[in-house]
Design a protein around this ligand. Sequence first.
Ligand code: RB5
Length: 150
Amino acid sequence: MRFHVGSDHGGVELRKVLIEALRDDGHEISSVEGPTSPDEKADYPEVAHTVAHRVAKDEGSFGLLICGTGQGVAMAANKVEGIRAGVVLDAFSARMIRAHNDAQILCLGARVVGDELAKLLLREFIAADFEGGRHARRVAKMEDGAGADG
Ligand code: RB5
């Protein structure tokens, strides 16, 4: 798979670990966004928007975003049209955000998960495929944004 990767200062060290894991597994890193050291402060919305726009433009690519909790980068990435980004802490959710929600971006919290769990979550995300069918209908409804009052 082809990945655009990014983190703020809170996610720098985990970003390096996961880039190495992706390369070891034979995946392509198309771009890396964010500081090179935890001392170099970066605002997570800027990193998340940059990566999300790259994924949106590069059809078939995926994104990996890391901040302290994973929450800030996910919230910011989801503001970019057509992007579905999810924070996960467990293997089941890592698979399901691909299988049911067709997420293109996996978000992780470097202050929440350890390196080995993060690698496992990333590999679960990669191993899953979008199931389509009724899930495609629901994903389309997400994009539409309309509800009972919409
Ligand atoms: C940075 O200190 C921290 O706020 C950020 O990494 C992230 O956790 C935000 O959601």
